[in-house]
Design a protein around this ligand. Structure first.
Ligand code: NAD
Length: 480
C-alpha cells in the first residue's frame, strides 16, 4: 500500500489531516496515492494562519511580491517533467496536454509577477477633481484572506489563475484543490514553500467539498471566495458566502458552440471541432460541444469529422502518439455514458463512438462521440456533458446559427470558422460569450480575460481583471 502523503499545509508547515483519501489513476483504476486530508478545524486553523500573515504581507511592496511569483514560475518550469507526469497520472490526460498545463502555469505566474512589479508606481495615483479645495488619491489594496476552491479538470491551471493574482494583489490564501486531483497542487505547494513566501501567506487544505470547501466558504474571516466548478456547487458556495456578505468570483459550466460558416476551410473546421470536443476528453468548461455547420458544407463536414473522430488514438496518457486519454473517474465515465444513452433515446443520431474502445480493458475511456440531428429540447443539446461528445446541427443562415448558439443558459466561449474576416467578426460580436476564437484553437493568454456571460461566470479571471478581483478600491480625499 502506498504511504500516506500529508495534504494540509498551514503556516508554513506540512501536517497530517483527519482522514485519508485514495487518489486514483483513471487510466488504470489503480490507487495512485493516499492523501491525509483536512476538515473544518484544519480550515479554521488555515484561515487563522492566513489572517495573522496578512498583517505584514498586505504591507509588502508589489516588487517584493513580484520577485516571489517569478521564483514560483522558475520552480514550476524547473520541475516541468515531474509535474507533467503527476498531472497525467492523476488526471488521465495525455502527457502533451499536461505539458501545456504546466506551461500555462509558468506563463500565469510570470504574467502576474510583471503586474505586481508595476503596482507600486500606480499606487496613490492622484484623482482629478472639479474642486480646488480638495485633493484625492486612489489606492488599490488587497481584499484580505481569500479562499480558492478548484475542480479536477485542469488542476494547477485553475489554481494558478487564482493563486498568482491573489498573491500579486497582497492577499493571503487558503487553497482547496479537488479531492480527486490533489497531487499536482501538492507539488506546487512544495514549490511555493521553497520560493520563500512568509509563513501563512499560502495555505492548503486538501479534502472533500463538504469537509473543507463548505467551511471555507462560510468562514467570516475570509473576505472572498474564488470558485471554479459546477453550477450546483457554485450556488451552494454563493449561499454560504452570502451569510457573511463576502465577495465571490465564480467560474462555472458551459455549453459552447463552434460555428462553421459556409466559406470555412473544412479541414481546419474538422480539426477545431475535434479540439473543442475531445481535448482533455471533452472535460472542459469551454468545450464547444455544439457544432453548427452551414447546410452547404454539412455533408462533407460530417464525413470528414467522422473519419477524423474514429481515427483519434485513445490510449493511456503515456502511450506513444496518444491523442485522447481517460475520463477522470468512474462516476464521470458513467455519467457521460448515461448522457449518450439518453441522447439516443431522445432521438439524436449517433454518428460514431458512444462506448468504450475495444482495445482498452481497464480505465475510464470513452471513444470520441459525434451525434447529429440532435433535438433542440434534448438534454444532450442543452446540458453540459463534460465528456468527449459533439452534437452537430445544420443551419441555413448566419443569423440562425447565432440564435442557436446564444440559445443557452451558459455563455462561456465560442469558436467561428470562416474565411471571410468581416462576417467572422460580425458573428463574434453577436455571440454571448466571454471569449470567441476565430479560425483558432482554444489558445488562452494570461493577458486576455477568462469568464463568460449568463450562468457561466460571475467576474473574470486573468488579465488585470483577475487581479482586480482580489483588490479593494480606496479613495482618500483631503480638504485644503
Ligand atoms: P464540483 O463543483 O463538483 O467541485 C469543484 C470544487 O468544489 C471541488 O474542489 C469540490 O471539492 C468543491 N466542493 C464540492 N462541494 C462543495 C461545497 N458544498 N462547498 C464548497 N466546495 C465544494 O466540480 P468538478 O466536478 O470538480 O468540476 C467540473 C465542473 O467545473 C464542470 O461543471 C465545469 O464546467 C466546471 N469548470 C468551470 C471552469 C470555468 O472556468 N468556467 C473551469 C473548469 C471547470
Amino acid at each position: 500500500m502506498s504511504p500516506v502523503v500529508n495534504g494540509v499545509f498551514i503556516g508554513g508547515e506540512w501536517r497530517a489531516g483527519h482522514d485519508v483519501l485514495e487518489v486514483i489513476n483513471p487510466a488504470t483504476e489503480a490507487t495512485l496515492a493516499r492523501v491525509s486530508v483536512g476538515d473544518a478545524s484544519a480550515v479554521s486553523q488555515a484561515v487563522g494562519a492566513a489572517s495573522a500573515a496578512f498583517i505584514d504581507w498586505s504591507k509588502s511592496t508589489g516588487r517584493e511580491r513580484g520577485a516571489l511569483l517569478r521564483e514560483v514560475a522558475r520552480g514550476v518550469s524547473a520541475q516541468r517533467e515531474h509535474l507533467m507526469r503527476l498531472q497525467s497520472s492523476n488526471n488521465g490526460k495525455p502527457l502533451f496536454e499536461a505539458g501545456m498545463d504546466v506551461d500555462d502555469v509558468v506563463a500565469t505566474f510570470d504574467y502576474y509577477a510583471g503586474i505586481a512589479e508595476q503596482l507600486d508606481a500606480g499606487q496613490d495615483r492622484p484623482v482629478a477633481l472639479p474642486a480646488d479645495d480638495f485633493s484625492a488619491r486612489l489606492r488599490r489594496e488587497p481584499c484580505g484572506v481569500v479562499g480558492l476552491i478548484v475542480p479536477w479538470n485542469f488542476p494547477m491551471v485553475t489554481t494558478a489563475w487564482k493563486l498568482a493574482p491573489a498573491l500579486a494583489a497582497g492577499c493571503c490564501v487558503v487553497l482547496k484543490p479537488s479531492e480527486v486531483t490533489p497531487l499536482a497542487e501538492l507539488h506546487l505547494a512544495r514549490i511555493i514553500a521553497e520560493a520563500g513566501f512568509p509563513a501563512g501567506v499560502f495555505n492548503l487544505v486538501c479534502g472533500t467539498g463538504l469537509a473543507v470547501g463548505a467551511p471555507l466558504a462560510a468562514d467570516p474571516r475570509v473576505a472572498k471566495i474564488s470558485f471554479t466548478g459546477s453550477n450546483a456547487v457554485g450556488v451552494q458556495v454563493m449561499q454560504r458566502a452570502a451569510e457573511t456578505t463576502k465577495g465571490v468570483s465564480l467560474e462555472l459550466g458551459g455549453k459552447s458552440s463552434l460555428l462553421v460558416l459556409a466559406d470555412a476551410d473544412l479541414d481546419l473546421a474538422v480539426e477545431l471541432a475535434c479540439g473543442g470536443g475531445f481535448f482533455n476528453a471533452g472535460q472542459m468548461c469551454s468545450a464547444t460541444s455544439r457544432v453548427l455547420v452551414a447546410d452547404s458544407l454539412a455533408d462533407q463536414f460530417l464525413q470528414r469529422l467522422q473519419t477524423r473522430a474514429e481515427g483519434i488514438r485513445v490510449a493511456e496518457p503515456f502511450a506513444d502518439e496518444v491523442e485522447m486519454g481517460a475520463l477522470i473517474n468512474r462516476a464521470q465515465y458513467q455519467r457521460v455514458l448515461g448522457h449518450i444513452q439518453r441522447g439516443i433515446h431522445d432521438g439524436a443520431r449517433l454518428l460514431c463512438g458512444g462506448d468504450r474502445p475495444a482495445h482498452l480493458a481497464k480505465g475510464y475511456f470513452i471513444r470520441p462521440t459525434v451525434f447529429t440531428d440532435v433535438p433542440l429540447d434534448s438534454a444532450l443539446w442543452n446540458e453540459e456533458i463534460f465528456g468527449p461528445v459533439l452534437c452537430v446541427r445544420r443551419f441555413a443562415s448566419v443569423d440562425e446559427a447565432i440564435a442557436l448558439a446564444n440559445d443557452s443558459d451558459f455563455g462561456l466561449v465560442a469558436s467561428v470558422v470562416s474565411n471571410h474576416a468581416e462576417t467572422a467578426d460580425r458573428v463574434a460580436n453577436a455571440l454571448q460569450a466571454g471569449l470567441v476564437w476565430i479560425n483558432a484553437p482554444q489558445v488562452i493568454f494570461p493577458q486576455t480575460a477568462w469568464g463568460g456571460y449568463k450562468q457561466s461566470s460571475i467576474g473574470r479571471e486573468l488579465g488585470p481583471w483577475g487581479l482586480a478581483a482580489f483588490q479593494e478600491i480606496k479613495h482618500v480625499i483631503r480638504a485644503h
